[in-house]
Design a protein around this ligand. Structure first.
Ligand SMILES: [Zn+2]
Ligand SMILES: [Zn+2]
Length: 130
């Protein structure tokens, strides 16, 4: 537990792993979650887009995205919903990065691995020569 300012209203509260907001804002957020959840569980809303949900529920998009990203709202059955890639902002539906960004990231990692391997190999020859 640590004292922190609530990112929404600025009041001081005890922050922990599960509580990123002050009790008042937390309660407010729960209400928003319930509103979105009730909307999304209706079968006829399965094809809803983010804009439609925002309009119908009055809940800000960033709040809805937060619910999706933290896994509270499951979007597997919502073909028109997604959230932005951490890197480029393109809409994705799984993971943290879009396909191209994760490919680039993987290449970077591979290069890093190769570089490390090269250094290691180099070190070995150097050592064996001595
Ligand atoms: Zn607050
Ligand atoms: Zn991306």
């Amino acid at each position: 537990m640590e004292l922190d300012n609530c990112p929404v209203c600025g009041s001081i509260f005890y922050k922990n792993q599960f509580n990123q907001l002050c009790p008042k804002c937390k309660k407010e957020e729960e209400k928003l979650y319930e509103t979105v959840y009730q909307y999304m569980r209706k079968r006829e809303n399965r094809a809803a887009t983010m804009n439609q949900i925002v309009e119908a529920t009055g809940v800000p998009e960033e709040t809805i995205l937060k619910f999706i990203k933290t896994g509270r709202l499951q979007i597997a059955q919502f073909p028109n919903l997604g959230y932005p890639c951490d890197k480029c902002g393109k809409v994705i539906r799984t993971g943290k990065l879009c396909e191209p960004c994760s490919t680039v990231l993987k290449q970077d990692l591979d290069e890093f691995d190769q570089e490390q391997a090269r250094k290691k190999a180099h070190g070995k020859t150097y050592l064996s020569r001595n």
